[in-house]
Design a protein around this ligand. Sequence first.
Ligand SMILES: *[C@@H]1O[C@H](CO)[C@@H](O)[C@H](O)[C@H]1NC(C)=O
Ligand SMILES: *[C@@H]1O[C@H](CO)[C@@H](O)[C@H](O)[C@H]1NC(C)=O
Ligand SMILES: *[C@@H]1O[C@H](CO)[C@@H](O)[C@H](O)[C@H]1NC(C)=O
Ligand SMILES: *[C@@H]1O[C@H](CO)[C@@H](O)[C@H](O)[C@H]1NC(C)=O
Ligand SMILES: *[C@@H]1O[C@H](CO)[C@@H](O)[C@H](O)[C@H]1NC(C)=O
Length: 361
Amino acid sequence: MELMPFVLSVLFLSCVHGASSDSRYFTSMFTLGDSHIDVGNFLIMAAQVMPALTVWHDKPPYGMTFFGHPTGRVSDGRVTIDFIAEEFGLPLLRASLLNNSDVSRGVDFAVGGATAIDVDFYERNNLVQFKLLNNSLNVQLGWFEELKPSICNTTQVNTGCRGCFSKSLFFVGEFGVNDYNFIWMAGKSEDEVRSYVPRVVKNIAMGVEQYTNGCSPTMLTLRSNSSKTDYDHTGCLLDINRVARYHNSVLRVALGVLRRKYAHARIIFADFYNPIVTILENPGRFGVVGADALRTCCGGGGVYNWNISALCGMPGVPACKDPSAFVSWDGVHYTEAINRYIAQGWLHGPFADPPIHNVIG
Ligand SMILES: *[C@@H]1O[C@H](CO)[C@@H](O)[C@H](O)[C@H]1NC(C)=O
Ligand SMILES: *[C@@H]1O[C@H](CO)[C@@H](O)[C@H](O)[C@H]1NC(C)=O
Ligand SMILES: *[C@@H]1O[C@H](CO)[C@@H](O)[C@H](O)[C@H]1NC(C)=O
Ligand SMILES: *[C@@H]1O[C@H](CO)[C@@H](O)[C@H](O)[C@H]1NC(C)=O
Ligand SMILES: *[C@@H]1O[C@H](CO)[C@@H](O)[C@H](O)[C@H]1NC(C)=O
């Protein structure tokens, strides 16, 4: 079961502040999240827990633009955190489940399909009809706790902004995405989905700025019998974006609380929604032909080039010639070009509050 996020939430945490022109200011980076920044954990976990599950993003043309082969990333090349790592002279993060011994410069805990609410909630309430990987935000935080002793001398003080994480960048991405996705897919109404928002937000322990995408080719195809009035002027689905805006407002409140509570930390809210809106409002400026703005680069036909019987990675399913001229790579995830644009907007503005570079000077 490939997962179809359409809501994203991203948050950076850092202790670093004050002027610095040193591009290597961060000495390590630790990332939690879902498929948008997964660099291989889903493939490892699925192979161990659900060996019968067929996945497609371990096959070409995934990775065609940058790595030249599939890496477990769900894109044609690098994902946003790769561009952040490059910016600070850090190695591209490896998947935590590889058990790579050297995690001193960081590691990626993100797993495709990860939820903000623990997975047994979805199973217990029959919201999903398939087995979920146990990969929620709490589980990922647990992995981080387990790994800490090998990163840090735990006998030394390492609380607040002292100790060996004081020059680390923490990234909390995309939680809430799959939660809403599962609930929409269970056929719940907009009001019902709305009713889960406080719970999801509560579970996003650290709070997040919010992004949604009722614009994904996957959702648009699955809802293709919607009526004209269900879409906004860029062709995106209104109800999905309304719930996300509500989620936004709840999260904004949570942000204020967090900033007061963790006054010593720098909390950056990075926005995934507005970069996409910006592109969809004016695709030509980004080298995307208007007619392709909501179509996937890699896919097997249909209005949005997203076909559940012919997904990217399945035998014979073609990719477009130039992924950089598309927004969506496979119907859910963005092309490397878009990931780069988003990452630049987080580093330098305008898509982060404050931009990462403003935090370090
Ligand atoms: C990594 O270590 C965990 C815990 O010891 C183990 O369950 C898992 O199989 C290991 N992963 C790989 C890829 O070897
Ligand atoms: C998921 O993993 C956590 C931590 O290892 C564990 O406490 C929990 O019981 C697991 N949940 C499920 C549904 O397997
Ligand atoms: C860990 O920190 C303690 C206290 O500062 C120190 O005594 C000890 O030697 C350190 N151990 C390692 C392996 O660095
Ligand atoms: C299409 O519309 C019908 C009637 O409104 C609805 O029952 C059905 O679930 C819709 N199908 C999809 C794929 O959205
Ligand atoms: C979707 O893929 C299937 C299997 O390849 C194909 O038979 C069908 O025509 C495709 N649908 C569209 C709309 O292209």
